[in-house]
Design a binder for this molecule. Structure first.
Ligand SMILES: [Zn+2]
Length: 105
């Protein structure tokens, strides 16, 4: 059973997640909720955290709240990509560590 450093369970994707994921997919009729809000009907490919796991962690949310159906919605791949990029962009803070004179700031 040594096919990976971390099991699915350790990464936080266990049977409880599969269950809640299915529940959200059913609730959202398998349609991307981001597209729905924009008036489009698109089949969802995944279930996404509305408040991202990283953000929830920063807010000290318990796992039960982070993975609760109220914090999850169905999403299509293009919307998921846009959202993930926006989240990562927000986290990436470009900072100049070496000044123009070559010394650390
Ligand atoms: Zn979408």
């Amino acid at each position: 059973m040594a096919w990976g450093a971390k099991s699915r369970h350790e990464r936080g994707y266990d049977s409880a997640w599969v269950k809640v994921r299915n529940e959200v997919m059913r609730r959202d009729c398998g349609l991307c909720q981001t597209c729905k809000r924009a008036g489009r009907t698109t089949l969802a490919h995944a279930v996404d955290h509305i408040v991202s796991k990283a953000k929830a962690e920063a807010l000290h949310w318990p796992r039960a709240k982070t993975d609760h159906p109220s914090n999850l919605e169905a999403i299509c791949n293009p919307c998921h990509l846009v959202k993930t990029e926006a989240e990562q962009g927000k986290r990436k803070r470009p900072r100049k560590v070496i000044g123009d004179d070559g010394w650390p700031l």
